[in-house]
Design a protein. Structure first.
Length: 279
């Protein structure tokens, strides 16, 4: 299994010279299984560059969406495979509080985009999972999901295949001031023994309480989740769009100190565009 980051920012893209090392595109992660199955997590602006790779092949594409906020779907109209005749693309919408399973397509309509989704030549299928379903299969991969603590809700995902486990938990506030969809202990169980956890780390303790309730995690708390769940590796993800390369590097360093003080056996890094992890 290979995991490649194509977009690592939260909220909006971050162009400019201060955002080179980690990249400025919004959420998109590509998981390629050993048998060649392509699973994409979110369709932020990073999916545009991924599309240039996937357009060179013809296998089916499976897209798992956490939710429909712009930074998670805004790259889809620029995803080259949707313009390939009969290319099969299967989309699983996130579990959100309103009925908007087709939002990723409907952004390509009306006054929003010049190419209407109804004219696309690809074979796109929206396949929502029933609310009571928490696990299903994509080929040989087992997919699990759990509701995030985020305004409007959303889904996190675990992918288990090739003897490995990846947990993708973004736009999730571990300790929100309002009612939780999922408690911390349930997150520990969900990500337990993962080979890689990719978790929202948009804020630091210093950002609170001003941004409490905005639906993103404090990095220090996300690290504690990785430690408690006995995860082998952790990717700090959903970097704040205003944070420079130097600031993200400092957050990574502070989180590393937490791990060293606690004596945990955890490898941590800040997710960066173009980074590939082979599990």
């Amino acid at each position: 299994m290979q995991v490649t980051f194509y977009g690592v920012r939260g909220s909006c893209p971050a162009p400019g010279p201060d955002f080179i090392k980690y990249g400025g595109n919004t959420a998109c992660v590509h998981v390629c299984l050993d048998d060649g199955t392509d699973i994409i997590l979110d369709a932020g602006t990073g999916i545009k560059n991924l599309g240039q790779k996937l357009i060179k092949q013809n296998n089916d594409i499976h897209l798992l969406l956490t939710h429909n906020h712009w930074d998670h779907i805004q790259g889809f109209p620029f995803f080259a495979p949707i313009y390939q005749p009969q290319r099969k693309i299967f989309i699983t919408p996130g579990q959100i509080t309103i009925d908007a399973d087709h939002a990723i397509l409907e952004q390509m309509s009306g006054s929003y985009f010049p190419v209407d989704y109804k004219t696309l030549p690809s074979n796109i299928q929206i396949i929502p999972q029933p609310k009571e379903v928490s696990q299903w299969k994509i080929g040989e991969a087992k997919i699990s999901r759990l509701a995030t603590n985020h305004p409007g809700s959303g889904s996190s995902f675990c992918i288990e295949a090739d003897g490995k486990k990846v947990a993708y938990i973004t736009d999730n506030e571990l300790y929100p001031p309002h009612k939780k969809n999922t408690d911390f202990v349930d997150w520990v169980e969900f990500s337990c023994d993962a080979d890689l956890i990719i978790h929202d780390a948009q804020y630091m303790n210093a950002d609170m309480p001003a941004k409490s309730g905005w639906g993103h995690s404090v990095a220090e708390e996300a690290v504690q989740l990785a430690i408690d769940s006995r995860t082998k590796r952790m990717a700090l993800y959903s970097h704040d769009h205003a944070r420079s390369d130097n600031e993200i590097a400092e957050i990574e360093s502070q989180c590393q100190e937490i791990i060293e003080i606690g004596g945990a056996d955890l490898e941590i890094f800040a997710a960066a565009e173009g980074l590939t992890i082979t599990l």
